[in-house]
Design a protein around this ligand. Structure first.
Ligand code: FES
Length: 102
């Protein structure tokens, strides 16, 4: 985003992610950002279907071109610590779009 805020999208509105804890993932990420008072740097938004329904819940960080799949609320602490603070992607959660193409 042009104002310096990094956008984090969580699919909560798509049918599959809604059923699979998408809203809990959203809440967990919001809570982390709020706990560390990083609202000026990260904006977590609910998203419509991001196109990877069977791999949900999906978390997308467009600025970093990262899409995480099968995210559990318990993964949000790791996402926060590893990615948001240290900028290290979490390999086990990264959606491999090449695999999906086959
Ligand atoms: S329902 Fe979440 S990516 Fe489609």
């Amino acid at each position: 985003m042009s104002d310096g805020t990094n956008l984090i999208l969580v699919c909560t509105k798509g049918k599959h992610c809604k059923r699979r804890e998408g809203k809990d993932v959203f809440r967990a990420l919001k809570k982390r950002i709020s706990k560390y008072k990083l609202e000026d740097y990260y904006k977590v938004e609910k998203a419509e279907c991001l196109g990877y329904c069977k791999m949900g819940p999906i978390v997308s960080i467009p600025e970093a071109e990262i899409t995480y799949c099968h995210v559990r609320p318990s993964d949000c602490r790791t996402i926060f610590k590893r990615y948001l603070r240290a900028k290290k992607p979490i390999k086990r959660l990264i959606l491999d779009k090449k695999v999906l193409a086959h």
